[in-house]
Design a protein around this ligand. Structure first.
Ligand code: PGA
Length: 257
């Protein structure tokens, strides 16, 4: 594993002011954790002011979603260019809440991925199966379907610009975390699918994160699992100490690996 990625998905939490205070405090604490790549995903309203708090720090920031068109009559949406203008380096695409709560059309995702990369954003693409799909033994099929659809516009896999977050839907916000065996297997599946999709690419450096009820109490086990390069954290990213604890744990594991 290289440098662990510790990403916080704040979902619809924190006002811009709260986010800015958190970002300032995190940037002080992150000075002691140069071996960790931090990324924050605040709500769109906070991006601009949080970016100001992160200027001159190594902490990166991203939007939680975007529209694939550059502009137009899309009330309530944000474009890649807008995210870049607010200081984003990243965008989350295909988070399970976008897929399942907002029923985002599958054919929008490959367009979003291509538009984001074209605008200079790095993409964190979230994939993961529902509980019933897992119970039916369809996890691998679902991951294959999601990855091949969502990356469908990319001839080559840009290892530097696309990170995959494996987030089993049944583990998100439920307190039920995947076992290390389940997570390890699914990460192996993600890597296997990418190898099938991009047989000519060198995928050695591709990063695959785990997400779903990550906390400081389960982080050590998970980060010690081969194939897990970091975490996408929801609930536990809202509290500074807990978020930093998880990063400390990831760093320790990296040192002892
Ligand atoms: P959780 O959310 O850590 O609260 O389970 C993870 C996510 O939705 O990215």
């Amino acid at each position: 594993m290289g440098t662990p990625v510790i990403a916080g998905n704040w979902k619809m939490h924190k006002t811009p002011q709260e986010g800015r205070t958190f970002a300032r405090q995190l940037s002080t604490k992150a000075l002691n954790l140069p071996e960790v790549d931090f990324i924050l995903f605040p709500s769109a309203t906070g991006l601009h002011s949080i970016h100001e708090a992160l200027v001159d720090t190594a902490i990166e920031m991203g939007g939680q979603n975007m529209h694939h068109e550059q502009s137009g009559a899309f009330t309530g949406e944000n474009s890649a260019e807008m995210l870049v203008a607010c200081g984003c380096q990243w965008v989350l695409i295909g988070h399970s809440e976008r897929r399942h709560v907002f029923a985002e059309p599958a054919d929008s995702r490959p367009l979003k991925v291509a538009t984001a990369l074209g605008a200079g954003l790095k993409v964190m693409l979230c994939v993961g199966e529902l509980l019933e799909q897992r119970d039916q033994g369809r996890t691998q099929e679902v991951l294959r379907e999601q990855l091949s659809n969502d990356l469908g516009q990319l001839q080559r896999f840009p290892v530097e610009s696309v990170v995959i977050a494996y987030e089993p839907v049944w583990a998100i916000g439920t307190g039920v975390v995947a076992t290390t065996q389940q997570a390890g297997e699914a990460h192996g599946m993600v890597r296997g699918v990418l190898r099938d999709l991009y047989p000519d690419d060198d995928l050695g450096a591709v990063k695959v994160l785990y997400g779903g009820s990550v906390k400081s109490s389960n982080a050590a086990e998970l980060i010690g699992t081969p194939g897990i390069d970091g975490f996408l954290i929801g609930g536990a990213s809202l509290e500074l100490d807990e978020f930093v604890n998880i990063a400390e744990i990831a760093k320790q594991e990296l040192r002892s690996a």
